[in-house]
Write a new protein. Structure first.
Length: 469
């Protein structure tokens, strides 16, 4: 896998940092917010993923000898390069819990560090959190569509380089049951699954011999790919012959896999034939360009499918391809900072902040998150960030603070949870989200508002900056 060192960043991060250093600003304290502006897949929620990977990388992040030599070649100042020899991230991070549901505009994570440290980790942070959040969200949508069927990540060969490794992790958080990715299985303790390719069958002179050898060597986990030549006239009959021979040995064929053709029709016909042959225990798995809409369609057609193997659409986040997460300065040298824009939706929120999830009287999500200044108590009212005359009283609702300190002075605050624990937490949070936010088509819009104090501070800064223009 990639060895994450200080050079895993964009050049402008280093160029800005050199200016800070040479102008005596290396110790300037700063706060940056990580958030995104639009939910992926036109959905109603996103699942936050990648936090533990980010923290683990930051613990040991440094510029190695090769990094420093390369920066010399790029013409960076000797004094700045010498400073980077001892670079470590020593800041604090406040974050939503990994696996939690997150929504646009509100801070998902805050970095509090000297301005050089905070700037240099930006690219790494966005790279990890944007990608894993996108994939976990895609996986969750498939989990919602699957009605409890088994979901296996088959995407490593279709992924964008090493992205497949982290996609396996994120898909497990989002609700998948396992992966074909052996390295991810080893490192993250994800159950691994894999059967055969068409090439295995093609390498034999006949399909039955291929099935026979596979079952002999793999009797406890035997799934046969039946569509190499002719699913119903060759593959399935040969699989049935193998299943009968296995029964004679006290063994069982686990399943068949369909990888082409009309999956609904073939699954129904295969189920009929298997049941007629007394093989009702043999499961049916399908693959081939599966996504949440195909899963939903197949199950609406009552296709008797037990397992979906999903590849390309999962690990590439199709059709979105990227989460538009951003990293914006909100405080520097003790002063609140703000970015203005002709597009009002791109005006940022200043200061350190806290985010409260609003809960109904049954402890389910009411459908709103409120952003406040970090030192505010629970908000009694929240205002629309773009249309402040729109407001909502929160007095009768419960409030749950979401941003917790996860890294202090460059060290994680607590031991990382296992991936299974993160996935379980994510499932529990999904249960708290009302169904109307989980719809694929026209989901209900989750509200994100800001407190009166934060609104006033934002407007005050806007007025101050406009006076200087």
């Amino acid at each position: 896998m990639i060895n994450f060192t200080g050079s895993y960043t964009d050049k402008y991060q280093l160029t800005m940092s050199q200016v800070y250093f040479l102008k005596g600003q290396k110790n300037t304290p700063a706060v940056f917010d990580y958030f995104f502006r639009r939910l992926p897949f036109n959905g109603g929620y996103a699942i936050f993923a990648g936090l533990e990977d980010l923290l683990n990388i930051l613990i040991d992040l440094k510029f190695d000898k090769a990094d420093l030599e390369y920066l010399k070649e790029l013409g960076y100042h000797t004094d700045f390069i010498n400073y980077l020899k001892d670079f470590r991230f020593t800041g604090n991070i406040y974050s939503s819990a990994e696996g939690d549901l997150v929504f646009p505009v509100r801070p998902v994570l805050q970095v509090e560090a000297n301005i050089i440290e905070a700037q240099i980790i930006e690219t790494l942070l966005l790279n990890i959190l944007n990608f894993q959040t996108l994939i976990a969200t895609k996986a969750s949508r498939m989990r919602q569509a699957s009605e409890g069927r088994i979901l296996i990540d088959f995407g490593l060969r279709r992924a964008h380089g090493p992205g497949g490794y982290y996609a396996s992790r994120a898909s497990y958080i989002g609700g998948f049951n396992g992966t074909s990715n052996v390295r991810a299985g080893r490192d993250f303790e994800i159950p691994v699954s894999g059967t055969m390719a068409h090439s295995f069958i093609e390498s034999y002179d006949d399909e039955l011999s291929a099935f026979s050898d596979f079952a002999e060597v793999q009797p406890d986990d035997c799934v046969l790919l039946v569509d190499t030549y002719d699913t119903l006239n060759s593959g399935l009959p040969n699989a049935i012959k193998i299943a009968k021979k296995m029964e004679e040995k006290g063994q069982r064929l686990n399943g068949i896999r369909l990888d082409s053709g009309d999956l609904s029709y073939l699954a129904k016909e295969s189920r009929k034939i298997l049941d007629r042959e007394g093989l009702s225990y043999v499961k049916i798995a399908v693959s081939n360009q599966i996504d949440e809409y195909i899963i939903k369609s197949l199950l609406e057609q009552h296709a008797p499918i037990d397992l979906f193997g999903v590849g390309t659409s999962l690990v590439t986040g199709h059709p979105d391809g990227a989460l538009d997460g951003v990293y914006k300065l909100s405080l520097a040298n003790g002063k609140p900072r703000i970015k203005l824009s002709e597009n009002i939706s791109k005006i940022t929120l200043p200061h350190r902040k806290q985010v409260f999830r609003i809960l109904d009287n049954e402890n389910n999500f009411f459908g709103a998150d409120a952003v406040t200044l970090s030192d505010e108590k629970e908000p009694g009212m929240m205002h629309h960030p773009l249309y402040p005359l729109k407001s909502l009283s929160l007095l009768k609702y419960g409030k749950e603070p979401l941003l917790e300190k996860v890294m202090s002075n460059g060290t994680p605050v607590k031991k990382a949870g296992s991936l299974s624990e993160i996935a379980d937490y994510s499932r529990s949070r999904m249960k708290q989200l009302p169904e109307e936010y989980k719809r694929f088509d026209n989901p209900h819009i989750y509200k994100v508002g800001i407190s009166k104090k934060l609104l006033s501070e934002r407007d005050r800064l806007i007025d101050e900056i406009k006076k200087t223009i």
